[in-house]
Design a protein around this ligand. Sequence first.
Ligand code: ADP
Ligand code: MG
Length: 688
Amino acid sequence: MQLTDSIQYVKGVGPKKTAELKRLGLHTVYDLLMYFPRTYEDQSVLTKISELQAGETATVGGTIMNVSERQGGRRGMNILMALIGDGTGVLQVTWFNQKYLKSKLKVGRKVFVTGKAAYAFGGRGQFAMSQLHSFEIMDEDEEPASRAGIVPVYPATEKLNQKFFRKVIAGLFGEELAIHDLIPQRVMKSYDLLPRQKALQDMHFPADFTALKAARKHLAFEELYLIQCGLLLLKRQARENSKGIRHLLSSELTAKVRKSLPFELTADQARTWQEIQRDMESPLPMRRLVQGDVGSGKTVIAMLALVKTVENGYQGALMAPTEILASQHYEGFCRQLEPLGIRIGFLSGRLTKKKREEMYARIAAQEVDIVIGTHALIQEGVEFAKLGLVVTDEQHRFGIAQRAELEKKGTLLPDVLVMTATPIPRTMTLTVYGDLDVSLIQQLPPGRQPIRTFVRKPDRRDLIYDYVHQQLAAGRQAYVVCPLIELNEESDLPSAEEVYDELCYGIFRDMPCGLVHGRMKAADKEQVMQAFYEDKIKLLVSTTVIEVGVNVPNASIMVVEHAERFGLAQLHQLRGRIGRGQYKSYCILVSEMKTENARERLKIMAETSDGFKLAEEDLRLRGPGQFFGSMQHGLPDLKVADVLNDMDILLKARQAAQETVASREERRDILPILSLQYREQFENITDI
Ligand code: ADP
Ligand code: MG
C-alpha cells in the first residue's frame, strides 16, 4: 500500500466510510496517518470500582458477572446491560441498540472498560459508565497487564467512532507502508530526531507518555522546520534574485522632517528608524515588520522612511486598511510634509472615476511623491513611475497576497515596510511573519496618561453612563462599543442599534450621538467618523469597526458592553482609541462575568496595559485556534506544534531551516517535500 493510495483501499473502509472520511478532508492513506488523536486516555492505570469518582474518567478491569437484555423507551430500543465486578464493587455498563454485542458478552469474560463514572440510576450508590469510551473483551488466555495502555482519542464523528479510527489506523501500521523521513539526514542526526515511521506510530499508539512526548516533539519540529524552510526560501528568493533599490545615505530632507517634529523620537523609535535606514540603503529589497503597541508612534517612522525614498527620487505608497485611517494619515502627512515641498496624493475607492483617473495620471507622471490610500492603491490601473517604498499599516488586515500585489508594481523591487499594532508573541512572529525582519517599538512616548480600566457588572450601567455624561459635559468625547450590530433573535445581547437608541434618546438626549457599524455603507460610516473626529458627535456607539487606528485625542472614555465577548488583544486595541491626548482616560468593561474564564480575562485587562503580555494571555486563555484565526493568512495550519508552548522547538527548527536553506544540496532536497506537504502555501518558490 502507498501513502498516496485512496482511503477506499484501506482495510475496514467501505464506500460509506470513504464518503464520511472525505467529508473530514481525509482522502489518502497519508491523510489518515496524519489524523492525530485529539487526546489520549491513560488506561494503563486501573481504578478499583470501589474507588471510582462520579464525573471522572477511569479504566476498570474486571469480569462480566451478569448480562441482561430488555426493550425499553418509546421506540422499543434494545437495551443490553452487563454488570462488571472486580472484587471491590460492581459496575453497570449499558448499550443501546447494539444487540450484536450480546453474543460476545459472556459471563466470566475478562473486560476492560473506560468511561466516565456516574452513580447508577436507582442503583443505591452503584456506579455506571455514563459515557463509555472503550470496552474491550479479553481473550481467554490474555494477561490483563498486556492490554491496558495509552489509548488514542480521535476527533470522531457520529458515523465514524473511536473504535473505527483506532482499528483502521492501527491496521495501517501493520501494513508494509513506506514512510520516509522528510527531514534531511544531517538535520535528523544533529537535532536528534526519531525516524518518521516511529514518530508517527508513537503519536497514534505510544507505549507510554515518554514515547508520546518524543513523538510529538519530532512531529512539531518537522512541521515547524518545513514551514520555516518555506518561509526562508521565499525570503531568499525575494532577496537574492531580485534587485532592490539602493537608497542613498544622504538625508537632508529626513533630517529636516525630524527637526520639524514637535517631539524627540523615543529610543525604540530611533533604533527602528536606524534599522529601516540600514535596510533601505542596502541593495537588497527591505522586508521589515515594525511591531509597536497602539500609540507607540509608528506613523512618524513610516513618514521618515517615505521621505527618504522621496529624497532619493522615488515615490512612496502608504496603504491603510480603512478609508478613515487613510484620510487621517493623508491630513497628517499634508500638514507635515507639504511645507517642505513634498507632494502628497490620496487614492481611495470612494473618489469619483474622474478624480481617480486624474490621480492615476499624476502617479504615473511622478507628479506626486507619496500616495496614501486604501486597497485602491493596488487596483489595476495604478502604475507608479518610480516606486521606491511601500508601507502597509496594520498588516494583519492585509494578506500576503495583497502585499505581493503591491510589490509587483515596481520594476526594481521596492522596499517594503509593514506596520502592525497587533502585539504578536514572538513564536508567532517567527511563524506567521517568518519572511520578514522585525523591529519592535515597545515603549510609549513620554507623558502619556495611563488609562484606568474598570470592570463593572451591568447593574451599574446607570452610574457608569452618568459618569460618561459628566465627562462629555466637561468637553470630552466617548466611545461605547457593542459586540453585535443588530437585534439577533438567537442572542439576548443588546445590539449596537439598541444601545444607541437607549442612550441617544435617554440620558444622552442633550448630546449629539452617532452610530457606526460594519454593515453601514462605507460613505455613511465615514461621515459619522468624520463628525466624531471633528467633535461634532460627542458619543459614538459602535461595533469593533473603530478598532483600528482611529485617532481622536479628545476621546477620553470608553464603555465596552459585554466585554467578555471580545478577545484580550481586541480589547486592548479598542482601549487604545482613548488615552491619546492630554486627558485622563477611563475604560469601563461591562460584563456579567458569568464564567471563570471571563472573570480572569477581564481582570487581566484591568491590571495590565502591556499589549504583548495581553496577547500572550489571550493565546493562553483562548487557545491558538481562535487567536490565530484572525491573523493567519495563507499560512499552513499547525497540526502538531503549539505556538505558545513550543518556542524552544521553534527556535531549533528555525536554526535547522536556516542551515538547510544555506546548503545548496539540502535546499534541492527539501523543495519537493515542501510542495508535497504544503503545495498552496509555497508554490511560488521556484528558484533554488
Ligand atoms: P501608532 O503606533 O498607534 O500608529 P501613532 O503613530 O498614531 O501611533 O502615534 C500616536 C501619537 O503619538 C501621535 O499623536 C504622535 O504624534 C505621537 N508621538 C509619536 N511619537 C512620539 C514621540 N516620540 N514623542 C511624543 N509623541 C509622539
Ligand atoms: Mg497607526
